[in-house]
Design a protein around this ligand. Structure first.
Ligand SMILES: CC(C)(COP(=O)(O)OP(=O)(O)OC[C@H]1O[C@@H](n2cnc3c(N)ncnc32)[C@H](O)[C@@H]1O)[C@@H](O)C(=O)NCCC(=O)NCCS
Ligand SMILES: Nc1ncnc2c1ncn2[C@@H]1O[C@H](COP(=O)(O)OP(=O)(O)OP(=O)(O)O)[C@@H](O)[C@H]1O
Length: 192
């Protein structure tokens, strides 16, 4: 079985590339979805995170206020490391469970779409590593547009990750997504 690592920076275009893999009938495990499940009300991760960060991070319905928690952790590295440490066991076991389910169904190639592939040291499990790269200005603009966020919030999120150029230097395949969606489709078709 081949596990392809699909990574990049926030808003560099991983989800867009991941839908191209799905279009080619290659299944994708999305680490962001698994991380969201790990923080849903009453899950193991939720209980740990609420115990550590306090009830102020909760909405009226008891779910975690993701915007509020995001503001806290993306502007404070030690709080971010704490959140990462608390959720890591739930996220990694969720990822391996999803991969296992696809493997027993007989899939020979599976894509793991994970923004923190290198940061979480999961790069040793994947080959090839595909990095979706964009230039910094395009990344900032797309992130602000997509999330309707301020420049400060967007910069904090970008700075919370390993630099995109460093990720690019460790890639087996680089897909440049600075151009149009059509250009991206062409880059993808050249690589796959
Ligand atoms: C802080 C949280 C609640 C903010 O939620 P929000 O809905 O605003 O963002 P979302 O989860 O959709 O993430 C958007 C992007 O932010 C980046 N990001 C998320 N968590 C982190 C992190 N801990 N460090 C660096 N970048 C991160 C990723 O590029 C991700 O694609 C959430 O991101 C979270 O629980 N993060 C910790 C879990 C994690 O590490 N997730 C990454 C997947 S492995
Ligand atoms: N080539 C492109 N031209 C214009 N907009 C694009 C292009 N590629 C992606 N986008 C847009 O940029 C934003 C970020 O793309 P996408 O959501 O695929 O990134 P991502 O890497 O999956 O982000 P995250 O790390 O937050 O999950 C989205 O709004 C998407 O529609």
């Amino acid at each position: 079985m081949r596990l392809v690592g699909l990574t990049g920076g926030i808003a560099s275009g991983k989800s867009t590339v991941s839908s191209m893999f799905k279009h080619n009938h290659i299944p994708v495990v999305d680490a962001d979805i698994i991380a969201r499940d790990a923080l849903k009300k009453n899950s193991g991760g939720y209980k740990k995170v609420v115990a550590a960060f306090g009830p102020d991070i909760l909405q009226d319905d008891g779910q975690v206020d993701r915007l509020k928690l995001g503001r806290i952790v993306f502007s404070d590295a030690s709080k971010r490391q704490l959140l990462n440490r608390l959720l890591a066991p739930y996220i990694s076991s969720g990822i391996f469970l999803e991969i296992f389910k696809l493997w027993i169904k007989g899939h020979k190639v599976i894509v793991l779409d994970i923004p923190l592939l290198f940061e979480a040291k999961m790069d040793k499990w994947t080959k090839p590593i595909v990095v979706v790269w964009v230039d910094p200005e395009t990344q900032l603009r797309r992130l602000m547009e997509r999330d309707n966020s301020t420049e400060e919030d967007a910069r904090n999120r970008i700075n919370a990750q390993m630099s995109l150029d460093l990720k690019k230097s460790q890639a087996d395949i680089v897909i440049d997504n600075t151009g149009s969606r059509q250009d991206l489709q062409e880059r993808f078709s050249e690589a796959y």
